[in-house]
Design a protein around this ligand. Structure first.
Ligand code: 13P
Length: 238
């Protein structure tokens, strides 16, 4: 099971280091079979090999080795920290930062070329959800345009936009329906859910047959709470 924390634009370098230290100590004392990942902001990157029980990842990058791309994070920047895990296609990048499917696919191809582990994010806005399951799936499939789904280091995170940061996660039945449909096409890729995951709803989300993990924002910002989430996940029998 993949249990991942997406810090978004939260935490400083100092607080990220303290968080990772605490998390690694916890995992040392309470070993887990979960694949624990943390995605800090680029200004808080730390050497990935410092934390033996945690995979460090990047929330975003620009698909170049280096060059004249003001303000961007290149593969050289990730390489310096030994980071080989990335999120691609998060709805906050698609919607707020206006990233198109074309640039999203370019990032995916670039990451694949480097053998990075990818969590590829998809999710529909509320007005699509209101049109029912068929409309949701049509929208989600369009977010796979240009994406090589046969890449073996790829997971999908289904994050309905309207469930992100709202405190209200999608209904278990709706998550299950989407993940089951994805499973039919991606037999081997782990399928994650994200959107207001917290200690209270984690067990029922992870009990969904096709669910292999979660991508967590708010509830993972506090290290102690993230440890609680990992412990809860550990207790879910699959
Ligand atoms: P929240 O857990 O804060 O809803 O965020 C989910 C998310 O966007 C993770 O990538």
């Amino acid at each position: 099971m993949i249990i991942a924390a997406n810090f978004k634009a939260n935490h400083t370098r100092e607080s990220t280091a303290a968080y990772l230290e605490a998390l690694n100590l916890f995992l040392d004392a309470c070993p887990t079979s979960c694949d624990v990942r943390v995605y800090p902001s680029a200004s808080s990157f730390l050497r990935a090999d410092l934390y033996s029980h945690v995979k460090l990842g990047a929330q975003n990058f620009y698909p170049v080795i280096n060059g004249a791309y003001t303000g961007e994070t290149s593969s050289q920047h990730l390489d310096e920290f030994g980071i080989k895990n990335v999120l691609i296609g998060h709805s906050e990048r698609r919607v707020i930062l206006n990233e198109t499917q074309d640039i999203t696919a370019k990032k995916y191809a670039f990451a694949k070329e480097r053998g990075w582990e990818i969590i590829y994010c998809i999710g529909e806005p509320k007005y699509i959800r209101d049109n029912g399951f068929e409309a949701v799936m049509e929208y989600l499939w369009s977010e796979f345009e240009g994406i090589d789904i046969d890449y073996e280091k790829f997971s999908v995170a289904y994050e309905p936009i309207w469930a992100i940061g709202t405190g209200v996660s999608a209904k278990i039945q709706d998550i299950a329906e989407v993940l089951d449909a994805l499973k039919k096409r991606f037999a081997t890729a782990p399928l994650l859910y994200g959107g207001s995951v917290k200690v209270e709803n984690l067990s029922s989300i992870l009990s969904i047959r096709s669910c292999s993990g979660v991508l967590i924002g708010n509830a993972a910002l506090d290290a102690a709470n993230f440890c609680k989430l990992i412990q809860t996940a550990q207790n879910v029998q699959k």
